[in-house]
Design a protein around this ligand. Sequence first.
Ligand code: PLP
Length: 392
Amino acid sequence: MVRCRLVKLRETARFSTICIHAGQVPDPSTGAIITPIYQTSTYVQEALGQHKGYEYARTQNPTRAALEANIAAIENGKAAFAFASGMAAEGAVMTLLQSGDHVVVTDNTYGGTYRLFERVLRKYQLDFTYVDTSKTADIEAAIGPKTKMLFLETPTNPTLRLTDLAAACEAAHRRHVFVVVDNTFASPYVQRPIEFGADLVVHSTTKFLNGHSDSVGGVVVATRDDHIEWLRFVQNAEGAIIGPMDAWLVLRGTKTLPIRMERHNANAMALAEFLASHPKVTRVHYPGLPAHPQHALASRQMRGFGGLISFTLGSLDNARAVLNNVRLMALAESLGGVETLISHPATMTHASVPADMRQQIGVTDDLVRVSVGIEDIDDLKEDLSSALATIS
Ligand SMILES: *Cc1c(COP(=O)(O)O)cnc(C)c1O
């Protein structure tokens, strides 16, 4: 038997240390420093009713358990549950509700979230009201006797509007409404909603947490015992679990989350400043710019301002010119990887949002979004600069 000195984190461990070590100990059977990919469907029991806590892999898997403990610590929650995708994680969270319940939702939430709520969950008599949650008074006005959940996304995709998390959570809790925050866009390096009062955090781990554009997954982080008990039950009952290979990839990703986010933050800030001073660009959305209407809130609530920027170019033709003429940046949906992606929200990520609603939330046809990667900033600037020069 190999004896291992297990890594025990002190209570005072800091963020980068938590990212690398939380939830992980050297493998007890070999001492392997990295949690193995437990690619198994079942576990042999020593005798009837005697086992090591693992019976069947939908219910328990050690690689998944390590990831869940890791992300729970990273988000400062009590427990986490990992799913096959961000949408599966959101689907699980929504089973905390019952038919007849009402949810208040950030109006320009992720397109897939809107589709889940409107096209699937309305069939089960759940009701949704979309409001500009950057105005706490609008949240309060939308809460009624049937409201059970406030579902927030901040910053929003793709116009980077913020919600004041502390104020929103206080307003919701006063009315006994629990708060879910989709923290995918910011990542827990930039923002930790539980510290502002959120009850639950959801992530698409596909994005910054994994960070390398090579896995799809999701996670729910919970703080309340009743939520934890239900989520553990429903993760097994519905079975939309993350597989061990993807759990392992995300665990590899979270180890470098802090240094990746520092570079995402720095590159996005530099690119936002470059675009803000460019004559062909009509408007830049980035919370790090002093001109952003919620720059002060961003400075209070976020550590750095994240890796996403969006900007307008005056017309669809101009947007098309830039999208078709970048060479380093890849024209693709998704975000949060080490490589820079550029996209057209109106026809890509937000195509399922009705046109009038797109206008209302600022997803105009001339809007371009960039998920700024961690390449050399001068190469990114040169790429955008030459693409912008093709606008006639
Ligand atoms: C990508 C994304 C999701 C959905 O996650 P998947 O892993 O694609 O299912 C949810 N919310 C936000 C903000 C996202 O960016």
